[in-house]
Design a protein around this ligand. Sequence first.
Ligand code: AMP
Length: 346
Amino acid sequence: MGQISDYAIATLGSHTALQILKGAKDEGFKTICVCQKDQARVYESYGVADELIVIDSYDQYFGVEHRLLDQKAIMIPHGSFVSYLGWERVQDIEVMHYGSKGILEWESDRVKEREWLKAAGLKLPRIFKTPEEIDCPVIIKFHGAKGGKGYFIANTTEEFYERIKDYPGEEGYVIQEYIVGVPIYSHFFYSPINDELEIMSFDKRYESNADSIGRIASKDQLDANIRTSYTITGNIPIVIRESLLPKVFEMGDNVIRESRKLTNFKDGKPLTKGLYGSFCLEAIVDPELNFNVFEISARIVAGTNPYTNGSPYTWLRYNEPMSTGRRIARDIKQAIESDRLEEVLG
Ligand code: AMP
């Protein structure tokens, strides 16, 4: 039987690193945090990392990877990990990687992602191929926009052309139907070890300035020429109507089933084993209670951060504090102890 003392759990110091490292420690693992100099104070202060590897910038990651390999570290990818390295470079990391690496290509490419979610039978906001087709309120999302910054809303073709003038040189964007409803981000965990899907928690984002525009009268908004933006600043916990839970389970099941049919290859070897571990469906729920899913994240999301001590849902199932970070560590622990580690590495 494998022993967890032979391994360490590592991640980059950003995003969800605090709960990943704390969860791994709670499960008995040695923990390593690779972080930039300007972030080190956080990981020192909370004491969640047994070892800190401090680098000037994430470009230097490959220069320190040997220190992770020496300690048989298992890397837990999160949003910043994928965004700093890029899904292509993630394929080149040598250290053990929790989760399917190949799936990151599917979530990083808006066209591929849509294909996957459509095949899973989810309801998606309409996409307009050209501005001339706009026949309802739309949201314009620039590719590579970090954390929702710079999106804008238009109601007509004319308005689109007027507002796009503010973004000279921006060519990569998608024009998506704007859904009037409430954002609900559903956090899941699927373990190949016990072949079970769990609903971990829900959140919504706290976005600047979208979440504060309503604090001033519409006349003042117009007078001050305020433009809506969706820059993420934090996350707010949500508990959803219990009667919506069957729908959420169903969406999670369908996404996992379809993920097993996705393929991509590197050097002739298949990269994708299908989706497992932590993932999130990001939706706007309309007044008819449809989940209009506009994105999937195929790894731990920052919306799980309010739940370092567990969520109302994980409390029901575990009766002990269970963050998503800890759930990941437990999956790895169970995999090691049943000699099935390969099944959770991608
Ligand atoms: P994203 O960067 O795609 O995660 O979107 C950032 C934010 O824009 C979300 O948190 C929502 O508040 C909002 N949003 C994105 N897509 C839509 C949509 N199709 N309809 C309404 N709001 C949206």
